[in-house]
Design a protein around this ligand. Structure first.
Ligand SMILES: NC(=O)c1ccc[n+]([C@@H]2O[C@H](COP(=O)([O-])OP(=O)(O)OC[C@H]3O[C@@H](n4cnc5c(N)ncnc54)[C@H](O)[C@@H]3O)[C@@H](O)[C@H]2O)c1
Length: 256
């Protein structure tokens, strides 16, 4: 039964692998047997190297690849580098993302564009470069990290750009799943609730985080560890008939 979740000798590319969710998921994929490329900004290289060291420590191969997901050429080069270093791309986790807070009526359009550019256009460019190779071979699975903010607007957080970008990721995922389904490529979204990472660190988050834990039916915030199982599932044969889904890993938050 556990063989269903086995990723031994598959190669998986993870964006945003130098920090937080992407880092833990990249290591978790290696624990499930995959060889993993750690794709992130050059500025995050120390984090990416740390991820790669942790992957090698569990006996799998790792590659560190600098890329900016907002740049089509950079993304294309990253996927090509993955294939030359680790072999044919079997799976991808598009996790790179940014957040920022501003009241909508005062939001600078440059901030709106930046958040949408990384979170939505970046996921599209990654899916495109990954999908081309997978479609050529008639097999592959992609997981896009959206957010419960694709489904709800977070009380007390001012992030019109972020929420819109994540709703876009969710619907992009559905669209690609339908377009690519008969050609062997599955595309799913994973939507976390509140997860303890650098994205929501710092003193301005302390009070808010107490509320996040209290308002979550499971009574706590999530950790990156909580997302390993869902990603392994979605990339594995256990999810062979799952495509176009938005899997919420939110401790029940959106159920209220
Ligand atoms: N932390 C949460 O509560 C939470 C909740 C729901 C969804 N998410 C989503 O999970 C994903 C990971 O977030 P995290 O919490 O681990 O944050 P994080 O800040 O720890 O990690 C984000 C990573 O993305 C990388 N990145 C940013 N812009 C990039 C670009 N242009 N090109 C390549 N890489 C880039 C960063 O360098 C960083 O390593 C994001 O998409 C985020 O929106 C997070």
């Amino acid at each position: 039964m556990t063989g269903l979740f086995d990723l031994t000798d598959r190669t998986v590319l993870v964006t945003g692998a130098g920090s937080g969710i992407g880092q833990r998921v990249a290591v978790g994929l290696a624990e499930a047997g995959a060889d993993v490329s750690c794709v992130d900004l050059a500025a995050q290289r120390t984090g990416s190297e740390e991820t790669a060291d942790r992957i090698r420590a569990v006996g799998r191969r790792a590659a560190v690849i600098d890329a900016d997901v907002t740049d089509a050429d950079s993304v294309e080069a990253a996927v090509a580098a993955h294939e030359s270093e680790l072999g044919a791309l079997d799976g991808a986790v598009n996790c790179a993302g940014v957040n920022h807070g501003a009241h909508a009526e005062e939001m600078d359009v440059a901030d709106f564009r930046r958040v949408v550019d990384v979170n939505l256009t970046g996921v599209f460019l990654c899916c495109q470069a990954e999908g081309r190779r997978m479609l050529d071979r008639g097999r592959g699975a992609i997981v896009n990290i959206a957010s419960m903010s694709a489904t709800i607007a977070n009380r007390g957080l001012w992030q019109a750009h972020y929420n819109s970008s994540k709703a876009g990721v969710k619907h992009l995922t559905t669209t690609l799943a339908l377009e690519w389904g008969t050609r062997g490529v599955r595309v799913n979204a994973l939507s976390p609730g509140y997860i303890e990472t650098a994205m929501i660190a710092g003193p301005e988050w302390t009070d808010k985080k107490e509320g996040f834990a209290r308002d979550t039916p499971l009574g706590r915030m999530g950790t990156p560890d909580d997302l390993v199982g869902p990603v392994v599932f979605l990339l594995s044969d256990a999810a062979s008939y799952v495509t176009g889904a938005d899997l919420l890993a939110d401790g029940g938050f959106t159920g209220w």
